[in-house]
Ligand binder design. Structure first.
Ligand SMILES: [Zn+2]
Length: 188
């Protein structure tokens, strides 16, 4: 099984956003370990950039474009797009969307490109949200939407902490490099 993270970046932003892509590559390896630990699944990880050129308003990039890209690349691969735009439609309580072997989130750009705490809080958490939906669905867990949204609300409204991991993918109480939803109450 392959999990392929794709950082969607505008051509004119390519250089400026290099530090974010370095974080994405590190995060991709983190999620390999996280998924193995939480779901017992072994994914081979791939990670690259998808550079987009300026388009006319009629050819705006959207979820459909990404779904077509996913089909073109191969539906047996789990493609996860980190995008500079929001999903057109979603059931999610975050700016993300998932379907079979498909995930996308609106990846937020930090003011300081090396602000890893911002990246962990705004983006890594959202990736874990969509991965959790899709991986729970794939193991036959029925409430793969509602239960993740319950946990998400607890993180935002009940002061429940995100799980914190350091740069070696170990749990930490110090400044984290990666943050994920806490699924420790789920049984699957
Ligand atoms: Zn959701």
């Amino acid at each position: 099984m392959i999990l392929h993270f794709i950082f969607v970046v505008k051509e004119e932003d390519l250089q400026r956003r290099k530090p974010e892509f370095e974080y994405v590559k590190h995060m991709a390896q983190f999620f390999k370990v996280w998924i193995k630990e939480k779901f017992g699944k072994d994914f081979e990880i791939q990670c690259d950039e998808l550079v987009t050129k300026p388009r006319s308003i009629l050819q705006k990039l959207d979820t459909h474009t990404l779904l077509r890209d996913h089909e073109y690349r191969g539906k047996e691969i789990f493609h996860f797009y980190l995008c500079h735009f929001r999903p057109l439609w979603t059931d999610c309580t975050c700016e993300g969307y998932h379907a079979e072997n498909f995930g996308m989130i609106h990846w937020k750009e930090p003011k300081d490109p090396n602000d890893t705490l911002f990246l962990a809080e705004k983006n890594c958490t959202t990736v874990s949200h969509e991965l959790a939906h899709e991986l729970l669905r794939s193991v036959g867990y029925k409430k793969f939407t509602a239960d993740i949204h319950d946990i998400w609300s607890k993180h935002f409204f009940d002061q429940m902490e995100f799980e914190q991991y350091d740069s070696n993918f170990k749990k930490t109480d110090a400044k984290p490099m990666f943050l994920t939803i806490d699924m420790s109450d789920l049984r699957f």
